[in-house]
Write a protein of this length. Sequence first.
Length: 306
Amino acid sequence: MASNSAIPVVLTIGVFDGVHAGHRALLAHASDRARMLGGTVTAATFEPHPTSFLRPEVFLGLLTLVERRKQLLLDAGADSVDVLHFDAALSQMTPADFVQRIVVEQLKASLVIVGTNFRFGHSAEGDVTLLKFLGLKYGFDVEVFALVGDDGSWSSTRVRQAILDGDVEIARGLLGRPHRLTGTVVHGDHRGRELGFPTANLDMHGGLVVPADGVYSGVLHTATESHPAAISIGTNPTFDGVVGRRVEAHVIGRLDLDLYDHVVDVDFVGSIRGMLAFTSVEELIVAMHRDVEVALKQIDEFNSAK
């Protein structure tokens, strides 16, 4: 096989936003090929997401922040992860320039493994046929790997839509893990504490996809601990004067936590109900107790299935 380095580099390129089951299958295949060749696996991802840069008006949001995406790619079999900064200069590169400057000179690929729908270069003009031709020119091999569910069943787009629809269980199945939001805990109106259900009000990081308004079960992770949680998303229509959507997580069974100014992760396990306007505070409190019971049941089932 052709080689551009002393130790063969098996390269796979994509946005890999979700690092979903299809992506992980591709990484597993790349790892197998690297072992056969005595080489290493490099995964190259783009930051920011190309669609968010080129067409922000249609971009639905991220499934992973880049640091988490890097770790997920390493967990899936990559030996190293290169983050390609997607800017005007990169977006204007011709397919040939992209291959010469990025694939060959920067990443030193010996073998490139990509999905069947891989596109590259200005206006996504490059496809796998052109990549193979350029591989012959520059001395690297190309393999095309059929991502699991190339018909869309494993696509990041489908995952995003499921989350936006509030179908976090479907998203969890496609991702192979719960969807995660990351944010800094900030002060809200403290109404939850007054009702006996203190919540961590999240100032969201990085344009992550936020599920539809409603109540969900999940897990809140601090730097050192993980806690079962009931998560509310929306404007809290029972009360007047709530401005903007909020993501608030009630840590179940812990009233003593002080999370203000801490960065936390919230994983969405299951959907409990839509956002409702209650006629009285008493009715809301009854519903919140019921939400906690359902959340604990869903979390227990999730943990038992691991």
